[in-house]
Design a protein around this ligand. Structure first.
Ligand SMILES: NC(=O)c1ccc[n+]([C@@H]2O[C@H](COP(=O)([O-])OP(=O)(O)OC[C@H]3O[C@@H](n4cnc5c(N)ncnc54)[C@H](O)[C@@H]3O)[C@@H](O)[C@H]2O)c1
Length: 335
């Protein structure tokens, strides 16, 4: 196989981002689409030259013309579709959050493992510069041991009521901060304790469903590092900042204003730290989703190992679920 034939399940907002990203990957071929709203399928199909509009996702999974699927439906529908896709022997890219509960995530991960198919979850920040280079430089020991990691995460106001609903979208912790939990694990390893606070400060949807629209979260990692996250759905724009302080230097990423970042490395005691940096306008859109799409396709072709796996998503889910429990009980919790 030198080209992966891909079927898109759910043709809403994120499917267009995914289709656009895969159109830049020569080894990907968008082959089919299914959405319960036929007009949405047809719109995506005509925009991205997708030859087949299926009548059901089951028909897509039964097709020999499909090697892999992109699951882009609302979150509460991910579990069944992913398990059915795994049982049909299709490789799977599942949008984040993988599901709503830890048990669902584990069942999905287990189904992919049992069927020997790739399951990649939509943690595109792992593929976005300068987050990728920060990972490489952290692993090379350039800033020593991590002391603290801090992030402000701004998500757009939800486009539909189901995002607030714990039984459909999960609210901000599970829907949006899951990216940061995954990123923190990737950078600083496993978490030991977590404490979260939050509330429905702005949106009626959050109030109605009893989920927060703004959260603050404190973490302690097993390696002793400290972490904090402020997450908001009400800031009016979507992006993030990240600061990592190490024993020998620090990294700053600002996708809010600078669309770039800076590294300060202590070379030695005589030379004060000089700043060097990255500057990439629109990094997430230009690189993150495309690299993520490329990685998924190339891992199916056996060119790279799996990344942002179902197991990673299970671990991130644990943190989101515990943060929610901590927020509701006002107790720090052990992972
Ligand atoms: N990685 C990211 O940056 C990112 C960004 C946005 C959304 N997401 C995730 O992507 C998923 C979809 O979000 P969205 O914003 O695109 O939602 P959306 O509401 O815009 O699109 C969902 C689509 O799924 C379709 N659908 C509903 N039930 C279906 C079914 N049974 N079978 C097939 N199609 C069905 C709907 O008709 C709709 O077109 C969610 O899990 C969300 O959290 C990820």
């Amino acid at each position: 196989m030198n080209q992966v034939r891909i079927g898109v399940i759910g043709a809403g907002r994120i499917s267009h981002v995914m289709a656009q990203a895969h159109s830049h990957v020569p080894e990907s071929k968008l082959q089919g689409v299914f959405d319960v709203v036929r007009a949405s399928s047809e719109h995506l199909a005509s925009k991205y030259d997708i030859p087949h509009v299926f009548d059901s996702y089951e028909a897509m999974l039964a097709s020999e013309e499909i090697d892999a699927v992109l699951v882009c439906t609302p979150t509460f529908l991910h579990e069944q579709i992913v398990i059915d896709a795994a049982n049909a022997g299709k490789h799977i890219f599942c949008q984040k959050p993988m599901a709503l509960t830890l048990e669902q995530c584990e069942r999905m991960n287990e189904a992919a493992t049992r069927n020997g198919v790739i399951l990649q979850v939509g943690f595109m920040i792992r593929f976005t510069p300068p987050f990728v280079e920060v990972k490489e430089r952290l692993d090379s020991g350039e800033i020593g041991d991590i002391i603290a990691i801090r992030s402000a995460v701004f998500g757009w106001e939800p486009t539909a009521d189901w995002f607030y609903d714990p039984t459909q979208g999960g609210g901000i912790l599970i829907d949006t901060i899951i990216h940061t939990f995954d990123l923190y694990r990737w950078y600083a390893g496993e978490v030991e304790t977590i404490y979260a606070d939050g509330g429905a400060y702005v949106f009626e949807g959050a109030r109605k469903h009893g989920t927060p629209d703004n959260i603050m979260c404190s973490l302690k990692f097993k390696n002793g590092a400290m972490g904090s996250i402020y997450g908001s759905w009400s800031s009016g724009y979507g992006d993030k900042t990240l600061e990592i302080y190490g024993t020998k230097g620090s990294f700053f990423i600002d996708l809010m204003e600078a669309q770039g970042g800076r590294a300060f490395i202590k070379k030695n005691n005589e030379n004060p730290s000089s700043a060097e940096g990255w500057n990439n306008l629109g990094v997430l859109w230009k690189f993150g989703y495309q690299q993520e799409a490329r990685h998924f396709t190339h891992s199916i072709l056996g060119r790279v190992g799996p990344s942002a796996t179902g197991s990673d998503a299970v671990e991130a889910q644990k943190l989101a679920v515990l943060a929610d429990r901590s927020m509701r009980s006002s107790q720090p919790l052990k992972v």
